[in-house]
Design a protein around this ligand. Structure first.
Ligand SMILES: Nc1nc2c(c(=O)[nH]1)N[C@@H](CN(C=O)c1ccc(C(=O)N[C@@H](CCC(=O)O)C(=O)O)cc1)CN2
Length: 303
């Protein structure tokens, strides 16, 4: 019988996210003390999805802890799209609101695309508006979607900033993760492959990766024998599955962690990997959006 032994370094997203939030807190302190500016973040939740409620609660808590203003809007699940668009219009015009985020997923009567298009691109701290995706692909410096920004920061931290020339394979081509992450890794001079459900011989493609990112939303989809020895593995998946005891649920990623950790050089756990980075990057984006709106240089936030 063979047993898997963990060889990979565990990438501590919780600790790295805490460092980013601490820096954001210092930046906010400088904005308030030197310029009398308190960044404000509005978060809109439609419905009662329990995971979304947890994320929105954590966003509020961490926004306040960083010294920013938090404006939370909770709407009924059957809210018509027009009502949500009116709220966004008010938030666009509210000078106390520097960042706007509408929590996804939205109920079926509301179009994600219509909502994202309604947000003022300068307040779009999710970086989902097509003006901002266009700016990203044209080499500009717009707000970048929070989860891919978190992935790229984890990789820079893990690989000491030395990403150039590495082959990154991203499994998943969503607008929220796969596509923007491909852009960020190209900027770091990686050679980038975006793979997906129609990719031929996906395990063989993944085995070429020095950096492997799994963002498919399928529990334990990426297996240990898909991984090149020593690769850095970033697991974006957050899947709730039965833990085998009386209807209890546990979180697992898109990567079979134990198998992968026996082969990889470094790997993110789930939970505690990419997830905490998402909210830290949202706070980072809010500070940057505030400074851009006020014509201020972003304070360094060095401790
Ligand atoms: N408008 C947006 N909607 C959604 C986004 C987004 O970036 N913008 N991303 C996800 C949800 N999300 C933030 O909104 C998010 C997901 C996960 C975590 C996190 O900290 N995860 C923990 C586990 C927490 C748990 O028990 O579920 C971890 O991985 O350690 C934070 C934020 C979809 N919607």
């Amino acid at each position: 019988m063979t047993t898997n032994t963990t060889t990979a370094t565990r990438i501590d997203g919780k600790a790295i996210a805490a460092d980013i939030r601490a820096r954001v807190g210092r930046q906010v302190h400088t904005l308030v003390s030197d310029h009398g500016v308190t960044p404000g973040l509005a978060v809109v939740l439609v419905g009662e999805d329990s995971a979304s409620q947890v994320y929105v609660r954590n966003k509020r808590k961490q926004t306040l802890e960083a010294g920013m203003q938090s404006f939370e809007h909770n709407l009924d699940i059957d809210t018509p799209q027009a009502e949500l668009l009116e709220l966004i219009d008010r938030l666009n015009r509210d000078p106390a609101v520097n960042g706007i985020l509408v929590q996804l997923p939205l109920p079926e009567q509301i179009s994600d695309a219509a909502v994202i298009a309604a947000i003022d691109p300068d307040k779009d701290v999710d970086g989902f508006h097509e003006v901002n995706t266009g700016r990203l692909w044209s080499g500009g410096n717009p707000p970048v979607p929070c989860t891919p920004l978190g992935c790229s920061l984890l990789l820079k931290h893990t690989l000491d900033g030395d990403l150039a020339g590495r082959h990154a394979v991203i499994v998943g081509r969503s607008n929220i993760v796969g596509k923007p992450l491909a852009n960020l890794l190209l900027r770091e001079n990686c050679t980038v492959t975006i793979a997906h459900s129609k990719t031929r011989d996906l395990p063989a493609v993944c085995r070429q990766a020095d950096i492997l990112v799994a963002a498919v939303g399928r529990p334990k989809f990426v297996r240990g024998d898909w991984i090149k020895p020593g690769a850095a593995v970033i697991d974006v998946g957050i899947n709730r599955v039965d833990d085998g005891s009386e209807g209890k649920r546990k979180l697992v990623g898109d990567v079979a962690f134990d198998e992968a950790a026996a082969v990889a050089g470094a790997i993110t756990p789930v939970p505690g990997g990419v997830g905490p980075m998402t909210i830290a990057c949202l706070l980072h984006n809010t500070v940057h959006a505030t400074c851009a709106q006020k014509g201020l240089t972003v304070p360094s936030g060095e401790g």
